[in-house]
Design a protein around this ligand. Structure first.
Ligand code: HEM
Length: 131
């Protein structure tokens, strides 16, 4: 423990509060169950979902304060650019978001953690609509 100059301990990153990487791999696994159940969404993804799962889990873990593995493997996220090949209209966005919120229900984190995740995912999904 280092010397604390201030009085307040900074909040632990969400990544630590959920117990690390396993939370994100579980969330993403649950999310893709929802993707498989939504044909419009499923059609946008490659047949083999292994890399898609990997990249999404690494991205979310990194975003919420975990290791920077996503950047090491994929480079800067540039999510707008990476989604530009796909037509993301209101329907696709809402399908994505509902699959993600269902996944959150399945992994069932503490309410304040769910709130933080849902707020970010909702905002990000709205930003990525491009049609
Ligand atoms: C709004 C609805 C969205 C749709 C329809 C959508 C769809 C897709 C598709 C088709 C891919 C390419 C397949 C793949 O590599 O996995 C992809 C990649 C990805 N998406 Fe989304 N996405 C959406 C929103 C989001 C949001 C909100 C985030 C982050 C919070 C996100 C994060 C990612 C990441 C990290 C990748 C992999 C990028 C890479 O490294 O290649 N997506 N998405």
């Amino acid at each position: 423990m280092g010397i604390r100059l201030g009085h307040k301990t900074p909040p632990e990153p969400l990544y630590e509060r959920v117990g690390g990487m396993a939370f994100f791999t579980d969330l993403v696994e649950a999310f893709y169950v929802g993707v498989q159940a939504r044909p419009v969404l499923r059609a946008m993804y490659p047949e083999d979902l292994a890399e898609s799962k990997d990249h999404l889990a690494l991205f979310l873990a990194q975003y919420f304060g975990g290791p920077a593995t996503y950047n090491e493997v994929r480079g800067h996220p540039r999510l707008k650019m990476r989604h530009s090949p796909y037509v993301i209209d209101v329907e696709a966005r809402d399908l994505w978001l509902s699959a993600m919120l269902e996944a959150l229900d399945m992994v069932d984190p503490a309410p304040e953690i769910r709130g933080e995740l849902a707020a970010y995912l909702d905002m990000a999904a709205h930003q990525l609509r491009n049609a």
